[in-house]
Ligand binder design. Structure first.
Ligand SMILES: [Zn+2]
Length: 124
């Protein structure tokens, strides 16, 4: 991403819209994905259920986006399907910058990175 990109500020804007979001432990490249998940949750859940939903963790596990939640009521299967989709999408998006990327094991760690970030060998 070009200069002026501010992942923390971007995320705070997202949390202003979705106050139930925990602070993310995933790379800034996936914030767009997280935003899509939030939008889908708001569309899927009635307001009462949305209030009861607790998003416990937004993180990364083995190079994939991982979101854990509880309190989904009768919507658990739908939420799981939605999160599975985001997880699969995260395997093709650089976790650092959001460019198209590939999930691979590097130096003992799984990470999904674009060519440039893979070359730099740095990520979270
Ligand atoms: Zn990248």
């Amino acid at each position: 991403m070009p200069g002026g990109h501010d992942p923390d500020g971007e995320y705070e804007a997202l949390r202003a819209l979705y106050p139930w979001l925990p602070h993310p432990a995933c790379g800034p490249g996936w914030h767009g994905l997280v935003e899509k998940v939030c939008e889908s949750l708001v569309l899927l859940l009635p307001p009462q259920q949305l209030r009861e939903l607790a998003v416990l963790e937004i993180g990364e596990a083995a190079g994939r986006l991982r979101i854990r939640f509880q309190g989904a009521g009768g919507f658990e299967a739908q939420i799981r399907a939605l999160l599975r989709e985001a997880e699969q999408a995260s395997c093709r998006i650089c976790q650092q910058c959001g460019a198209p990327g590939q999930r691979a094991r590097r130096g003992g760690w799984w990470a999904t990175l674009c060519d440039e970030h893979a070359r730099q060998g740095i990520w979270l």
